[in-house]
Design a protein around this ligand. Structure first.
Ligand SMILES: O=C(O)[C@H]1O[C@H](OP(=O)(O)OP(=O)(O)OC[C@H]2O[C@@H](n3ccc(=O)[nH]c3=O)[C@H](O)[C@@H]2O)[C@H](O)[C@@H](O)[C@H]1O
Length: 446
């Protein structure tokens, strides 16, 4: 960064349209001298070479043609660039957003607040009177317009979303200095199972480095907050014993996404053990619903069915159905809030453990796995359009053939009880989708 900064500052001063550049007198004079003084010709050539080289660099670093590279560059930039000017007005807004309505309300930092589940959880917390401050890096994994629209929704409910990356330690320190968070709801992550084959670095950046950076900030805080975070059903990987229970093995992940979530669970253990942080991991099972993620099958199937585009339905190598325990977002939010309500306090402060702290893991699923073909027929019925289906063998891309949650533990300890079946949940999703995009698909960059 220290090496890059002068270069970037220099490039900032170069006009984007050189033809409109009006050099001042001294630079005209210098250019004149450079151009006509024979002894300076080699210096000019060298200077031109560096100039062109930096222009090429600038074009390369701003090129939007490779979204994958752009994404990782953006997240790298997010972690390296200095935090925005954080003046008294900013702090005032941060504190106001995080202030609960009553004395008993929580003060919650929600990371990934402009994400799908993050938005719903933030709204759920705010609705019941908790103070919520959002944090989101607005990366380009999918349509930023959708993330900004979710942010608008949050702002209209009095929730500020700070734009920043969980790897930005300076920003995290500022936030924890400004607010004594009682809880952190950590939803920020690089999601998606298949995308890990295109951009492995972003999974390590967000799900491992970012998580550690956040836990470091939490461990140093005084008081330390209690943490609830999003793990994933994908940690069960290639397990064949169903339904999946929390104490089943989780040592055969099928994707890098799953591996980073599993790593997160181990990292949580370490920070709980050494620093006394109270940490609860929630294994989400294919969460869907309004304001959802455009990279997920139910979402892009809807888009493609409406457009008359072919959709690919995966099947197993022996022509069996691929199935998921699709879980409606409102049910998951209830589980998240219950996890927060039952979380015990962290025991440490300022980086020192003072006693044993709570460490929990729960499945938040629906317990009714559905074949992907069934998902498609429900969508066809709701959209009143016949899908152009192509059944293909599941590519080796990190997907697993089925998921099925055992939710006994979450039911017993959190009172978790999903109530929305796939038909009802998809009905709510389609209603939102049509109101947001229209029934003819308009602009969505996914
Ligand atoms: O529970 C989780 O922890 C994960 O859930 C979600 O992953 P998945 O369960 O894989 O959901 P999703 O991609 O919607 O595919 C759904 C089904 O459609 C099948 N599928 C997919 C694409 C396709 O073209 N065809 C197809 O049949 C596919 O084989 C699958 O059977 C989250 O994305 C992930 O971030 C994580 O949170």
């Amino acid at each position: 960064m220290t090496q890059l900064k002068p270069i970037l500052t220099h490039l900032d001063s170069i006009p984007s349209t050189p033809g409109k550049f009006k050099p001042d007198k001294s630079s005209t004079y210098n250019l004149y001298r450079l151009r006509f003084h024979p002894t300076l010709f080699p210096r000019f050539t060298l200077w031109s070479f560096f100039f062109i080289f930096f222009i090429v660099l600038l074009i390369f670093f701003s090129s939007p043609t490779n979204p994958t590279a752009g994404n990782s560059r953006r997240s790298l930039k997010n972690s390296l660039s200095p935090s925005p000017a954080l003046g008294p007005n900013w702090e005032h807004r941060v504190r106001a957003s995080a202030r609960p309505r009553s004395k008993t309300g929580f003060t919650v930092l929600v990371t990934g607040a402009a994400g799908f589940v993050g938005t719903h959880v933030s709204l759920g917390l705010k609705r019941r009177g908790d103070g919520v401050l959002g944090l989101d890096n607005f990366n380009q994994y999918y349509d930023i317009g959708l993330k900004k629209a979710r942010q608008g929704l949050l702002e209209r409910s009095g929730i500020m979303v700070v734009e920043g990356d969980i790897n930005d330690v300076v920003l995290l320190r500022k936030l924890f200095d400004a607010v004594a968070f009682t809880h952190v709801m950590h939803m920020a992550a690089q999601a998606g199972v298949r995308y890990a084959m295109q951009n492995s670095g972003s999974y390590v950046h967000s799900n491992i480095a970012g998580f550690v950076s956040l836990l470091e900030a939490c461990k140093m805080a005084n008081p330390q907050p209690s943490i609830v975070w999003a793990s994933s059903s994908s940690v069960y990987g290639l397990n064949s014993k169903v339904p999946f229970s929390e104490n089943d093995r989780t040592d055969q992940p099928a994707s890098l996404y799953a591996a980073t979530k599993k790593a997160g669970e181990e990292i949580a253990h370490t920070y709980n053990h050494i620093y006394g942080l109270s940490i609860t991991g929630l294994r989400f099972f294919t969460v869907y619903g309004p304001w959802g993620r455009p990279d997920m099958a139910y979402f892009f199937f809807t888009k493609d069915i409406l457009r008359g585009k072919e959709i690919k339905i995966f099947e197993t190598s022996d022509h069996g159905s691929v199935a998921r325990d699709f879980t409606y977002v409102d049910d998951v939010v209830k589980g998240c809030l219950a996890a927060l309500d039952t979380a015990k306090k962290s025991t440490g402060s300022g980086g020192k453990k003072k006693g044993a702290a709570q460490l929990r893991i729960y499945n938040l699923g629906n317990t009714k796995p559905m074949p992907v073909g069934r998902l498609v027929s429900i969508l066809e019925k709701l959209l009143k359009v016949k899908a152009k289906k192509k059944v293909i063998q599941m590519p080796r891309n990190g997907d697993v053939p089925f998921t099925h949650a055992n939710i006994t533990l979450a039911h017993t300890e959190l009172g978790y009880k999903p109530t929305t079946d796939l038909e009802m949940g998809l009905k709510k999703f389609v209603k939102w989708y049509v109101s947001y995009y229209g029934s003819k698909k308009k602009k969505s960059s996914w």
